[in-house]
Design a binder for this molecule. Structure first.
Ligand SMILES: CC(C)(COP(=O)(O)OP(=O)(O)OC[C@H]1O[C@@H](n2cnc3c(N)ncnc32)[C@H](O)[C@@H]1OP(=O)(O)O)[C@@H](O)C(=O)NCCC(=O)NCCS
Length: 171
């Protein structure tokens, strides 16, 4: 398996690979997981496979697998915003239901910030998704608009304004 990029305690991130296809589909299909997503219905296998392979084909690590003691337990997804030269990413996180409420989501986001110290990370979160809001806030994000949260670069760089482009990938 590929090496970890960042650790926070026993939680680390690694780049997704072909072996993660089934796990990522199963997590998407867990009841309630997508209830606050822009597209709440779980994907079909065909749609997920197409989406997953497209993700893996991207040059940057656009899909991280969250692992606890070597066990895959979720994903952190990044979508570049504002053009190829802008270190600004929209973040989406999913932890498998059996592993929620154990502090893993916060540690995974902390890992993400360590892995992308120069990036301005942003998140769009439904006001009803209390677990997600608490997780992002605990990981150092702050609310900048009713549904928008941001974490400034750890390196101290300047954060750009976050503007939704309308082409957000919400699989
Ligand atoms: C959101 C999610 C990633 C959180 O992951 P997690 O590992 O359970 O989160 P943690 O255990 O690190 O908890 C982080 C904070 O959220 C709080 N929290 C967890 N579940 C909660 C819930 N159901 N309601 C309210 N707060 C909750 C915790 O108390 C903790 O806050 P605290 O430190 O102030 O006590 C997880 O619930 C998930 O995958 N949900 C489905 C997918 C989703 O909605 N993703 C977000 C899209 S942006």
């Amino acid at each position: 398996m590929s090496s970890a990029v960042a650790h926070t305690g026993d939680v680390h991130l690694r780049a997704a690979d072909e072996s993660d296809l089934e796990n990522t589909l199963a997590w998407q299909r867990e009841p309630g997981t997508r209830q606050y997503f822009r597209q709440p219905n779980p994907p079909t296998r065909a749609k997920h496979e197409a989406w997953f392979r497209k993700r893996l084909s991207r040059p940057e690590p656009a899909l991280w697998i969250v692992e606890v003691a070597g066990q895959p337990v979720g994903t952190v997804r990044l979508d570049a915003r504002g053009g190829p030269d802008c270190a600004r990413y929209e973040v989406s996180i999913l932890i498998a239901s059996a592993y929620r409420g154990k502090g893993i989501g916060v540690k995974a986001l902390n890992c993400l910030r360590l892995a992308h110290p120069n990036a301005n990370l942003v998140a769009t979160i439904s006001p009803e998704n209390k677990a997600s809001i608490a997780t992002f806030i605990r990981a150092g994000f702050r609310q900048i608009a009713p549904e928008y949260y941001e974490a400034r670069p750890l390196s101290g760089g300047n954060a750009a304004d976050y503007t939704r482009t309308g082409d957000e990938d919400d699989n």
